[in-house]
Design a binder for this molecule. Structure first.
Ligand SMILES: [Zn+2]
Length: 325
């Protein structure tokens, strides 16, 4: 099955890339989704900035259902965390009741969505903190009939001081869930992950999709332009200022037909930046599907020398996990 990355819906984007939108999408995004021909994944929202009484499973599903159209390929069930600490996965009591609440929410959403005639699958979303807990609870989800599985992972990558450990947990959990599902069956969605360096690694371990905002939000909020092939980010103004000594041989559909200076000038515009970044990510997704997932170990052996440390570290963990089988 092809690996897919769903990007935060952005109405001005030219490329018809897979998109994700929250259940609480604005009316403008909701009507744009209906006219958008790309695959769409409907998110159940971020827990930390929404009042619990406004984010009940009934409200989430009702609003998700209103966004469903012929291009919807998945609905994320409502995940809950143990309390309000974003580092719950480091500090928390992982045996807490939130895992049962997650599974109950997923069963509720699946059954209700079926009775509403929604054909897109509900992704059963659980929030384990360790691979041991993931193994126990995703097995319960599979036993309850779920084969579309999901986990929110943005909290694992949020704190710089815990990012290496968070990355390791994500990779270990992805591997354990893939082993539970079997090599070729079922789907694994990691929500809140669009790291350029991690996408090939999680795909190699068996994730089938992710969603996130990096290529869109960084372009809009920080003016960041990402280099194809390496994922290195630089601000558009720094690129423009350094243009005399800069090599710019971008294969994206915006840049490839323009001379260097015209490309770099265009990237000063936010919409152009988003389009360039989305193309950059989609080129990576194409590489993943054409070359990485069929034989990750060989791909890594060939590419290793040219990869930045931010890629090498997670790859080393992944290769170790793959070789343990
Ligand atoms: Zn480009």
């Amino acid at each position: 099955m092809a690996f897919t990355c769903f990007y935060t819906a952005y109405k001005e984007a030219r490329a018809a890339v897979p998109v994700t939108a929250g259940y609480d999408a604005s009316p403008g995004i909701a009507s744009w989704l209906r006219s958008c021909p790309a695959p769409q994944f409907i998110h159940s929202g971020n827990w930390w900035n929404i009042k619990p009484e406004k984010r009940t499973r009934e409200v989430v599903l009702k609003r998700q259902a209103a966004l469903v159209n012929d291009h919807t390929v998945g609905l994320m069930s409502m995940n809950v965390q143990p309390g309000n600490d974003p580092l719950y996965w480091v500090h928390g009591d992982e045996e807490g009741g939130h895992m049962q609440a997650c599974l109950d929410n997923a069963n509720f959403a699946r059954d209700e969505a079926r009775s509403m005639g929604i054909r897109a699958p509900v992704y059963c979303t659980l929030q384990p903190a360790t691979s041991r807990n993931a193994e126990a609870w995703f097995q319960r989800a599979i036993d309850a009939g779920h084969s579309n599985l999901c986990m929110g992972v943005s909290e694992f990558l949020r704190s710089p001081g815990h990012r290496n450990e968070g990355t390791r947990r994500i990779l270990e959990i992805t591997r354990v869930v893939r082993q539970l599902l079997g090599k070729k069956s079922g789907f694994i969605h990691l929500s809140g992950l669009t790291s350029y360096h991690l996408l090939p690694v999680v795909a190699a371990l068996g994730a089938t999709s992710t969603d996130g905002s990096t290529p869109v939000q960084s372009a809009l909020a920080y003016g960041t332009v990402f280099f194809p092939g390496t994922g290195k980010g630089m601000s558009a103004s720094a690129l423009w200022e350094g243009r005399a000594s800069l090599e710019w041989d971008c294969p994206c559909s915006s840049c490839r037909s323009r001379p260097k200076e015209a490309s770099l000038r265009a990237l000063m515009d936010p919409v152009e930046r988003v389009n360039h970044n989305l193309d950059t990510w989609e080129l990576l997704v194409r590489e993943i599907n054409e070359r990485v997932t069929s034989d990750p170990t060989s791909w890594y052996a060939v590419k290793k020398a040219g990869l930045p440390p931010a890629s090498k570290r997670p790859w080393a963990i992944a290769i170790d996990l793959l070789e343990r089988e």
